[in-house]
Design a protein around this ligand. Structure first.
Ligand code: SF4
Length: 205
């Protein structure tokens, strides 16, 4: 790593983040619920669902209408209820009720994209993985550590640039930083601690 990247990585590695520990299947379902939904709404809906159904096997036999009622009002809750039921059935029948710790297998599940699959590996199995969402993609490009147009490219480049031991920490730290400081609109560059190493911050003095 060059000095600029090392500084940025250290900043996010020491970022104070407290994550709620969940089982891999719960991370998978909660991440699906989080699409187009605020965090507060996602957490409440996920807790309600996991209180009623405590395993993949139980979810696989659940009624779709009941799942929808439990996860309401997350965005697209009816569509997500159908996907959750389908995923639970596949995991029960093809994977013995377990979530595979393999990104290619996870990507075969309905509605599971790279970000969700990486979240399961990172936060469910606590294995090195780097979920790239809109915050990670935007901040990485603003800082100038990548120059990419799609999150998938950002993921590939970040994985080449940053040592594995830092991967898990990067997403939650950047998400928090992206909501509070490096916001999509009107980022708080004047008070940002990374401004001296940020391409965007330097160009917009
Ligand atoms: S200087 Fe501005 S653009 Fe750069 S990381 Fe900080 S808030 Fe984001």
């Amino acid at each position: 790593m060059d000095a600029k990247l090392a500084r940025i990585v250290q900043f996010f590695a020491s970022y104070p983040i407290h994550r709620h520990k969940r089982e891999p299947w719960q991370v998978l379902i909660a991440t699906l619920l989080s699409h187009r939904t605020k965090d507060e709404v996602t957490h409440v809906a996920a807790d309600r669902l996991f209180k009623r159904f405590s395993s993949i096997d139980e979810l696989a036999t659940a009624d779709v209408t009941e799942i929808a009622e439990l996860i309401k009002p997350v965005g697209f809750y009816r569509v997500k209820a159908v996907k959750i039921k389908a995923i639970a059935e596949i995991l029960k029948n093809k994977y013995n009720g377990e979530v595979p710790c393999d990104i290619d297998e996870l990507l075969k599940l309905p509605g599971v994209g790279r970000k969700t699959a990486n979240c399961v590996i990172a936060f469910g199995f606590e294995q090195p993985s780097l979920p790239v969402d809109t915050h990670v993609h935007r901040i990485s490009n603003r800082l100038g550590i990548v120059h990419t147009s799609r999150p998938e490219e950002t993921e590939t480049q970040l994985k080449c640039l940053i040592p594995k031991e830092y991967w898990i920490k990067l997403n939650p730290a950047m998400v928090h930083f992206g909501k509070s400081i490096c916001r999509p609109i009107r980022p708080l560059c004047e008070t940002c601690k990374l401004r001296d190493v940020c391409d965007y911050g330097q160009q917009n003095i």
